[in-house]
Design a protein around this ligand. Structure first.
Ligand code: FEO
Length: 397
């Protein structure tokens, strides 16, 4: 059902309750998602963002609850990723004369996806379109998280339509931040940030400063996924500032995979050393864990301790996936260490340390290896290793 979020401004998005994997199969989504689209009814009619094409019929039906799509004047595409744009070909058949409003990069990415000769209008930061009583104002936000991304601000109602920024993959019965479970909301907002936006942290801080400097009143932040922030909307902006600064808590996460439990015994002994030193830590079996949830644990912790036994002269596949995600997300202000068991060649610790270097995470010290199964003396060494790592966290401040 189309829902009025402010006078003559309607949410015409889709709630995808059943979604469990996103970006192909790259991102886990435990609580579904939404694809938010906003219809602004004024003397001119503007639609901001569309939805993922499997949901196009529901989307168009919602638009039709409010207006005949043929009457739409502007289709504003804040970002061309298919979850927000792939229903455009079907929509534009119903409003072929509408102007598609994009950034310069957006023109390239929309055309690159759909190869259609729609009427494009290219906008840049500060450009405005008067719809009648109110205007839409555009703010480019390149690499948050694609080169084409922009935000659209609606005057009068003071709504910032921020596309992916400030979103969450979170399907709920109600649309607004004050009507949902706050712990779930922030769990999903942080997971979204950690897994999608972390590499762009510095750009986010600059963009937030730029928007705040415009001194635009913001009564509602309406992202393209999840709930709409209408109660104290700047709370999520403050959280983004905090998360973008990447000041992890003085805690540790130990992530490992194991074949015959030797590396697991090491992981537990290292954790004992950390805990003996008073350091809070989590111990996670990579092969049995959701890698995107693990990225949240890694995002939060100062110390990252990674372990794998040696397998085929390298590391176990589940750890390779964790390492690749960690490298790509370019976490900051962390320290790391590696460990693992082996039988003969023993490359795993060296391989993990190489990824730490590529990820820009300094090593506290050289990693530790155990041949075959750890004996009593090896476990004593592992606990001492944990205590040494804990001391490094404390001295890092
Ligand atoms: Fe929700 Fe970058 O798409």
């Amino acid at each position: 059902m189309a829902t009025e979020i402010a006078k003559n401004v309607y949410w015409v998005g889709v709630t995808d309750w059943g979604l469990r994997k996103f970006h192909g199969f790259e991102l886990s989504v435990h609580r579904g998602s939404t694809y938010n689209s906003y219809l602004i009814m004024d003397e001119k009619i503007a639609l901001v963002d569309a939805v993922w094409s499997p949901h196009v019929d529901e989307f168009i039906a919602k638009v039709k609850e409010v207006v005949d799509p043929a009457k739409i004047d502007y289709v504003i595409v804040n970002h061309a990723e298919p979850d927000h744009s792939s229903s455009l070909p079907a929509l534009m058949k119903l409003c072929p004369k509408a102007t598609v409003v994009v950034t310069k990069n957006g023109a390239a990415s929309v055309q690159g996806h759909y190869h259609e000769k729609w009427n494009f209008m290219t906008v840049k930061t500060g450009d405005r379109i008067r719809l009648g009583q109110n205007e839409v104002v555009f703010i480019e936000a390149p690499m948050l998280h694609w080169p084409d991304t922009m935000f659209t601000y609606l005057t009068g109602h003071n709504i910032l339509m921020s596309n992916d920024a400030f979103g969450q993959h979170y399907a709920t019965a109600f649309l607004f931040n004050d009507l949902v479970n706050q712990a779930e909301l922030y769990e999903e907002a942080l997971k979204y940030f950690a897994n999608i936006l972390t590499p762009y942290s510095e750009k986010i801080l600059k963009k937030i400063d730029e928007i705040l400097a415009l001194k635009l009143p913001v009564d509602i932040i309406a992202p393209s996924h999840g709930v709409i922030w209408r109660k104290d909307p700047l709370q999520i902006v403050k959280k983004y500032q905090e998360w973008s600064r990447q000041k992890p808590a003085p805690t540790a996460v130990v992530v490992y995979d194991t074949m015959w439990n030797a590396t697991e015994k090491m992981a537990k002994a290292i954790a004992e050393g950390l805990i003996e030193s008073g350091l809070d830590c989590k111990v996670c079996h990579a092969a049995l864990s959701d890698s995107n949830d693990l990225m949240v644990d890694i995002f939060k912790a100062k110390l990252i301790v990674l372990g794998s036994c040696t397998h085929n002269n390298g590391i176990l596949p589940s750890m390779a996936k964790i390492l690749e995600e960690m490298r790509g997300l370019r976490f900051k202000n962390k320290i790391g260490a590696a460990f693992g068991s082996y039988g003969w060649s023993g490359e795993s610790v060296k391989d993990i340390e190489e990824v730490f270097r590529k990820a820009g995470i300094p090593l506290v010290r050289e990693g530790i290896r155990v041949k075959w199964q750890p004996g009593v003396a090896d476990l004593v060494t592992c606990r001492a290793f944990g205590r040494e790592l804990a001391a490094a966290v404390k001295s890092a401040g």
